[in-house]
Write a protein that binds this ligand. Structure first.
Ligand SMILES: C[S@@+](CC[C@H](N)C(=O)[O-])C[C@H]1O[C@@H](n2cnc3c(N)ncnc32)[C@H](O)[C@@H]1O
Length: 273
């Protein structure tokens, strides 16, 4: 059968925009995204049509595109994501920029910990730059760890990775030159938009004030960092002062703003530089 693109695009349900539809057509029909701008009709099987309609329906129910197609791009790579992992967010990419700034020598062998790794997007993106370094990916969720393992293998990085199931530092062994962490920091009663609710609650909510994870991580960070080590920590809107107060035995080196001007990443060290 022939799919009339103009007709489809003018009859999309609410909450599905043209870009979403193009991404879903690209996913179901394996057609190059740019090509879609130049064609009016597409040859499509009944099964492909049904699949496309199912995806459009899911999007109209606010399911994020990444959850429908099962992957999301982050920094230089594509990461598998599922209902058990937080979809990588653009603001988290700032951790990679800061890491590259604080560790300019990419040949040096670093040992890195990604605490609450989810898809592994932070640690694996960094490991991809530091070819002599190793990465420990840690999470409390077995299912998130399986996704992180898949992503490590897919990026040919698994030989330099280890995986630890742990509640924060409880079962983490050793010391690290750098720790990267984007913990759950949303206040429990915060009214999230419907798209975000497709992420697992364990990846989102940080207790009544959103600070529970910081209270469990920051008092113990010092003992897991090597001399001159750094912690790169993501925070939520308006949390920088409270988080710095919790991190009283660490030195605050930098508070970096995201593209919206919100304090987003704090760089801590155990030795001032
Ligand atoms: C906000 S998500 C971040 C995921 C990923 N690092 C990223 O930036 O996209 C928080 C992650 O912390 C994990 N997590 C929640 N509670 C934890 C705990 N007590 N110990 C270890 N990991 C935990 C969740 O499973 C989730 O993968």
């Amino acid at each position: 059968m022939l799919l009339d693109l103009k007709y489809l695009l003018s009859h999309l349900p609410p909450n599905v925009d043209k870009r979403d539809a193009f991404l879903l057509i690209q996913y179901t029909l394996k057609i190059n995204y740019e090509k879609l701008f130049f064609i009016k009709e597409i040859e499509i099987t009944v099964q492909e049509f049904d699949k496309l309609m199912e995806c459009i329906q899911l999007r109209s129910e606010h399911m994020p595109i990444a959850k429908i197609i099962g992957h999301k791009s982050f920094y230089n790579n594509e990461f598998k994501t599922t209902t058990d992992t937080l979809d990588p967010r653009p603001e988290t990419e700032l951790i990679i920029d800061l890491f590259l700034k604080y560790f300019p020598n990419r040949a040096v062998p670093l040992s890195i910990l990604d605490l609450g790794c989810g898809t592994g997007c932070i640690g694996l993106s960094i490991l991809d730059f530091y070819k002599n370094s190793t990465l420990c990916l840690a999470d409390i969720s077995d299912k998130a760890l399986s996704v992180a393992k898949y992503n490590a293998k897919n990026l040919n990085l698994e030989n330099r990775c280890s995986f630890t199931k742990t509640s924060w530092f409880n079962d983490v062994k050793g010391k690290f030159n750098a720790i990267v962490c984007n913990p759950p920091y949303v206040e429990d009663n915060y009214d999230l938009d419907r798209d975000t609710l497709y992420d697992p609650p364990i990846a989102l909510f940080g207790g009544k004030d959103g600070l529970d994870a910081y209270k469990k991580i920051l008092p113990y960070t010092k003992q897991f960092l090597c001399d001159k080590g750094f912690l790169f920590l993501e925070i939520g809107l308006g949390q920088s002062e409270a988080v710095c107060r919790i991190a009283e035995d660490l030195d605050t080196i930098e508070i970096a703003k995201d593209l919206q001007g919100i304090n987003r990443i704090i760089v801590f060290s155990i030795n001032s530089i």
